[in-house]
Design a protein around this ligand. Structure first.
Ligand code: FAD
Length: 552
């Protein structure tokens, strides 16, 4: 049902005006409507949300404000705990109802229940609408009777029952008038920001500022997200041929800075960015950062781009290709569906973000070794491919999917045997696209804790990247210390004779760390340890099965 009277639309994700069910509900029959975003101190900590993601969020808020202003309204950014500031704001502005987008994350669920409780006690109606996923997750859960499938094939049976996702809702042309004024009480609600209605800067929030050439190169917001989506979808041949496993993990962004000015490109970057049909060099696409996949994930995470718009516009491209296109699980549609799959399993699994108490997660006696973990996190493992990827993660907040595979496998079942929850936490802080359901789900996958069980298939930190980038240009870019290392040794500098190391200006153990493990021995140990844990899992299941039978 649409909210009536004086309404407040509480933006959290869904930082967009197109296809936004919570915004539509809050505005359709409203006499007046105030859009707000609450900067919750729980999130505003560099140790929880890295500077890259925070900057992307602030940019997305600025873009949302501009979109709302173009429609006769504006965004008000409140500071404080939502369960405190929202009831205060609603009381002051005599709000009748509040709408927001449904969120399945554990912190959001507790927060939203507290806000709802406080508002309803004060007589304010609350409406939560689904919008972050293609389907309403609760409806999907009903279709699978509360027990989500843990295989992609099983998931597609539910998708078949759901039918095609609803068509997107167009952005409204005009917003109802807003009602917050810049009086003293409102100023108290937006405490701490110089400009009463303004969106703070990174520095206002206690972050070190990021330079124009630093961090994730794509600017946050709906405008840029939709532009990027449409430029990607215009590369029809590329879309038709998209096969995730054959996209190149050692690609990185064309040297695009936040200001949009492109920096000179190396031939490697141009080659890496060019799609099979070569059309990445057409004018609009040229101005994009072009890794080998869409790099839309930060826009999906914050809801700058609606998944339904992505789905329906991609379906239209497939129609034009008359069925000649790749198919799930590896196609681009397949990627959108992985997102949906993880959301469904995450919503229906107790303790999804933990090993203990998580029914779908294999119990594995992971090590908790702070020293090894720090070497991984700080790009000091001595394996150039792993350290380069971890440098890209820290610096740009984004990694190609297969680079995520490589570093996650190395940390867990491949080499270090460290708990996936630790790696998940580092990704959660540093990724611009950090998304609770996707991050936890993929970490469980990579560590062979759930969904994928071929633990004997270990990524080599040497041979894997070599396949894509023989000369190690990616490594040389992120680890300039290896810039002059001959290609033969760039992935294994410890094998270079000392005079070669000296000539390259990179002596292992002095200028760059020696490898922290012997990969062959470490991976063999990991495989054995997981095999033991799997056997214990099988035994435990057999015992549980017998007990069940006995009590039947
Ligand atoms: P594309 O290949 O262009 O795909 C389009 C969209 O589909 C993506 O933007 C994303 O929304 C979705 N998608 C693609 N791959 C996956 C996948 N494997 N699982 C779920 N959805 C997918 N993705 C996140 O968005 N947030 C995370 O926190 C995150 N953590 C990850 C952790 C690990 C250990 C691994 C291995 C993967 C993780 N991923 C995460 C999934 C995936 O790596 C990224 O979504 C993808 O690399 C983003 O790049 P893209 O937008 O170019 O993807």
């Amino acid at each position: 049902a649409a909210a009536k009277g004086r309404t407040l639309v509480w933006f959290r994700k869904a930082l967009r005006v197109h296809d936004n069910p919570a915004l539509s509900r809050g505005t359709l029959h409203a006499t007046a409507c105030q859009p707000v975003f609450v900067l919750d101190p729980w999130f505003c900590q560099p140790s929880r949300v890295g500077a890259n993601r925070m900057r992307f969020l602030l940019q997305s808020l600025r873009d949302l404000d501009a979109q709302l202003r173009a429609r006769g309204s504006s965004l008000l950014v409140l500071h404080g705990e939502p369960r405190v500031v929202l009831p205060r704001a609603c009381k002051k502005w005599r709000v009748d109802s509040v709408t927001w987008e449904h969120d399945i994350e554990p912190y959001a669920k507790i927060r939203d229940a507290a806000v709802r409780g406080a508002l309803e006690r004060a007589g304010v109606e609350c409406h939560a609408a689904s919008g972050h996923t293609l389907y309403d997750v609760d409806e999907m859960l009903e279709k699978c009777k509360g027990a989500p499938p843990t295989t992609y094939q099983g998931f597609f049976k539910i998708v078949d029952k759901m039918g095609a996702p609803n068509a997107p809702i167009d952005a409204m042309e005009k917003m109802p008038g807003s009602f917050a004024s810049s009086d003293e009480e409102t100023k108290a609600l937006v405490q701490g920001v110089a400009d009463a209605y303004g969106i703070p800067t990174l520095e206002d929030l206690g972050y070190e500022p990021l330079g124009d050439d630093e961090g994730f190169p794509g600017v946050g917001g709906e405008t840029e997200g939709l532009r990027r989506l449409r430029l990607m979808l215009a590369r029809k041949e590329w879309i038709g041929q998209f096969e995730k496993p054959s996209t190149n993990p050692t690609t990185r962004f064309h040297g695009l800075s936040q200001s949009g000015k492109t920096k000179p490109k190396s031939p490697f970057e141009i080659a890496a960015g060019r799609s099979k049909d070569g059309d990445a060099s057409t004018s609009g696409a040229e101005a994009l950062m072009i890794p080998s996949t869409t790099a839309l994930s930060p826009y999906m995470k914050f809801g700058c781009v609606s998944p339904r718009v992505f789905y329906h516009e991609l379906t239209a491209v497939y129609k034009e290709l008359e069925g000649k296109h790749s198919k799930p699980p590896t196609s681009l549609m397949g990627q959108l569906m992985w997102r949906e799959f993880y959301y469904l399993v995450a919503a229906g699994t107790k303790n999804f973000d933990k090993m203990e108490g998580n029914a779908i997660c294999r119990q594995i006696p992971w090590k908790k070794d702070r020293e090894l973990f720090a070497a991984w996190e700080n790009a000091q493992t001595g394996f150039p491919w792993i350290d380069a990827a971890m440098t890209q993660l820290r610096r740009e907040g984004w990694l190609h999917h297969l680079a995520r595979h490589a570093v996650a496998c190395f940390l867990t079942r491949g080499d270090l045997f460290i708990h996936w929850e630790w790696g998940r936490d580092a990704f959660d802080r540093d990724l611009v696209d950090a998304d609770w359901a996707l991050n936890n789900g993929n970490w469980m996958w990579l560590s062979c804790s759930a969904f994928f069980y071929q633990y004997f298939r270990v990524y080599s930190p040497i041979a894997f990247a070599k396949k894509y980038d023989k000369d190690g240009q990616y490594v040389r870019h992120y680890l300039p210390v290896l810039k002059n290392m001959p290609s033969k040794y760039v992935y294994e500098p410890w094998l270079a004779p000392l005079d070669v190391q000296k000539k390259a200006g990179c002596v292992v153990g002095v200028d760059y760390p020696a490898p922290i493990v012997d990969h062959s021995a470490a991976s063999k140990r990991c495989v054995d340890d997981i095999a033991t844990a799997y056997a214990a899992h099988k035994d435990a299941n057999a015992v549980a099965g017998k007990k069940r039978k006995a009590s039947d």
